[in-house]
Design a protein around this ligand. Sequence first.
Ligand code: LLP
Length: 429
Amino acid sequence: IWPRNAGRDGAVTLGGIDVRDLAREYGTPLFVYDEDDVRSRARDYATAFHDGDVHYAGKAFLCTAVARWLDAEGLGLDVCSGGELAVALAAGFPTERITLHGSNKASWELERALEVGVGRIVLDSFEEIARLGYLAQQHGARPKVMVRVTTGVEAHTHEFIATAHDDQKFGFSRSSGAALEAVRRVLRLPQLELVGLHSHIGSQIFDVDGFEVAAHRLAELLVAIRDEHGVELPELDLGGGYGIAYVPGEEPHDPKAIADGLRGIVARECRAYGLAMPRLTVEPGRAIVGPGGVTLYEVGTVKDVEGLRTYVSVDGGMSDNLRTALYGAEYTAVLASRTSDAPPMLSRLVGKHCESGDIVVRDLWLPADLAAGDLVAVAATGAYCRSMASNYNHVPKPAVVAVRDGRSRVIVRREGVEDLLRLDAEVEA
Ligand code: LLP
């Protein structure tokens, strides 16, 4: 988990740079991405799915630099809002390799997707099928679309990030017949080109069985569609969700094993029913950007709560990492600016926000001589931390820096207090 390379005085180095130099140059809290790590994970997925497509899920973390890295590595991009689409366009990302998702897309988002000609639009509701049908006709466009299917798989992960059981808001249920009804309605609209089915069962999943059951059920649906309509849909998008190691003992997925497993199941089903093998797409987000991101904080206060533990407060918190409060997520953190021989103390790493739930790492051991001014680094914060950051308590969002071969550069600038005031309207009392 730890890219801990001892530099001068035992300080952690990232991309060959001492964290103290990064903190001095860019301030804290600071998100630091190891560019080689992100790009090599992207390449590993692209290689594993060489006969399909890998669309990076931009919700994990998107900015123009990351969009450009992934474009250069040959990946596609999954965007789930008009905002993410705007970033992709600003980065010059090829629109035919963009898929638009979303469980309640606004008309302007669908229209923008039609104007710029995104490669795929994933349909999530009956209203949306009708709305896109209407808009496509208005624009004289014929978008490629997929139908999002809820396969009924109970993914073993936190309730908030499981998405394929029946009792949740996404997609069309397979078991109720809604998925087949959605296909019927799309096929009735000649201005929509139905190219395949989509499924995303959830996130931070280690149990490969769930992905395989979903793939199997989608392949069965392809057969049902062929039998009912005489059409063979050429594509299956199996979503993302591959787990990464946040704490020791978690075994991340091997992209090649995932690719072989999924390909095998779909191929077997297709052979049995005489279908041509569809082209497979996957949408990993966390697995690409998660491990290569680290958050650097500066310690502000160290408070010993007699007989319980020591509360170490850093200069960020739930505004830059909501995952601990929201999902009970676990992280590891270390003293990064020096080594220490002091005995370990049971600590809780907390932020500067006005809530007791403002916890970054719930339980960890930090050296007893930890003091104000020390730097603490939290590992594996590359996914869903900066992208879910807020301005709670009017705290500006941290900068994002990329490191590579001993060099660093800002890829997202730090917000200032002036940014927090930028949208306030001038009004008289
Ligand atoms: N495709 C679709 C349609 C998705 O909804 C998602 C994630 C992904 C792909 C990428 O999943 P990944 O490979 O990153 O697990 N905020 C939560 C995660 C929510 C994920 C939502 N959808 C977290 O911090 O854990």
